[in-house]
Write a protein that binds this ligand. Structure first.
Ligand code: HGY
Ligand code: MN
Ligand code: MN
Ligand code: MN
Length: 393
């Protein structure tokens, strides 16, 4: 079955009234997708494994020196249909094509569905691949809590997994190359008139948690001069992030905010906000984040409130393996392009030769329901991935 048909099967899973897709780690929609993936593996005669972190891999052959392809099936809240699923569906479609053609790999081939790439529920991105590579400890990961206060460990246990099995997985030791196909996020391929590109690098980026603490009080009975409203330092931080990112040509977003108690007629006692900061070089990222933190602390001091700050997850600049990415670019006659989006491939690149293919996204929009590609470009992506597997496999 082709990638377009496979994606059509996922169309209703996790759809929201807003028209987006919400498929958070271990939620009902994502459990449906995991079962779908298992069904696809069985239909293709692939052997399905799951490591202690929830990463599923469907194997064609077994042993060392494996080639791994795939991506993730979870989404951000109200995300688009392709970020993640396109890579998994294209990998399954490529395997189906290769099997139908009678081709057999000379080395083991795995199709992976990495668990919780987006961090949409527990806040930290690429949890499955970070756990599998040791980039985060099981204790730190399992203690992460979602908006309801439930920890990852409790969620995994409720889904029949043993959280004690989480952590570095030995299966990655048998993998010697990873190629992830992904919908383009941003609009570079369209103006360059090509359907498929090869990733050169991933911008350094990080996620940082601000906690603005003030004095909860009555919204009607408290004079303005008597307030210690943490919302003000939060608002100043949002504006500072935009100002500092814009003036330095980098990127910063405060997109995940929790206001407590959150009632209309109470001055908040606490505002928790997550900063997503990205820059074209590590020193620039550090300067950007430090500048935002300085401004947050100054604003809090002015209002007699407090601010706590901590980095939740940071990913250094990723330069994809030169030999591999040049081989793919030559094979496909495809251009190379950097990306500001993070990926599991960025985590694996620290451990083994890794490359990414991007499929044209005509609007460049992602992490929103409007994310799209065309059926023709999706097929072109499968053509490219099939050629890559033939070449490497
Ligand atoms: O956040 C990212 O850049 C990725 O889409 N998870
Ligand atoms: Mn993704
Ligand atoms: Mn994403
Ligand atoms: Mn080079």
């Amino acid at each position: 079955m082709g990638a377009n048909q496979l994606l059509a099967e996922l169309e209703r899973v996790g759809r929201t009234r807003g028209g987006g897709y919400t498929r958070l780690a271990w939620d009902d929609a994502t459990m449906t997708l995991r079962e779908w993936f298992a069904g696809q593996a069985a239909a293709l005669g692939l052997e399905l494994t799951e490591d202690g972190n929830g990463n599923q891999t469907a194997w064609w052959g077994c042993g060392s020196d494996a080639l791994l392809v795939g991506s993730h099936l979870d989404s951000v809240p109200e995300g688009g249909p392709l970020d993640g699923p396109l890579g998994v569906a294209s990998a399954l479609a490529a395997v189906a094509r290769l099997k139908a053609s009678g081709w057999t790999p000379s080395r083991p081939l795995g199709v992976v569905n990495f668990s919780d790439e987006e961090g949409g529920r527990f806040g930290v991105a690429c949890l499955g691949s970070r756990l599998a590579t040791g980039a985060i400890t099981p204790d730190a990961a399992l203690a992460l809590r979602d908006a309801s206060g439930t920890s990852l460990g409790e969620v995994m246990r409720a889904r029949g997994r043993d959280p004690r099995a989480a952590g570095r997985s030995d299966w990655l030791g048998s993998v010697s190359q990873y190629v992830e196909l992904h919908v383009e996020q941003g609009r570079w391929l369209a103006p360059h008139g090509t359907a498929v590109g090869v990733a050169s690098a991933i911008w350094p980026h990080g996620r940082y948690r601000f906690e603005f603490c003030g004095e909860g009080n009555h919204a009607g009975a408290t004079a303005m001069a008597d307030r210690h409203d943490p919302m003000l330092a939060y608002a100043a931080t949002v504006l500072a992030a935009r100002e500092l990112a814009t003036s330095s040509g980098q990127r910063a977003t405060l997109g995940r905010v929790l206001v407590e108690p959150g009632s209309t007629n109470s001055i908040p006692s606490k505002v928790v906000a997550w900063l997503d900061a990205r820059a074209d070089a590590e020193p620039a990222l550090e300067a950007l984040v430090n500048g935002i933190v300085r401004r947050a602390k100054a604003a809090a001091e002015f209002d007699g409130t407090q601010v706590n700050f901590r980095a939740e997850s940071t990913t250094g600049a990723v330069e994809f393996d030169h030999a591999l990415r040049h081989r793919l670019a030559a094979l496909l006659d495809a251009p190379a392009l950097p990306t500001g989006a993070g990926h599991d491939a960025g985590i694996l690149a620290a451990k083994l030769p890794t490359a990414m293919l991007f499929v044209r996204n005509p609007t460049g929009i992602s992490h929103a329901p409007e994310e799209t590609s065309t059926p023709e470009d999706i097929e072109a992506g499968v053509d490219a991935l099939t050629a890559v597997i033939r070449d490497l496999g």
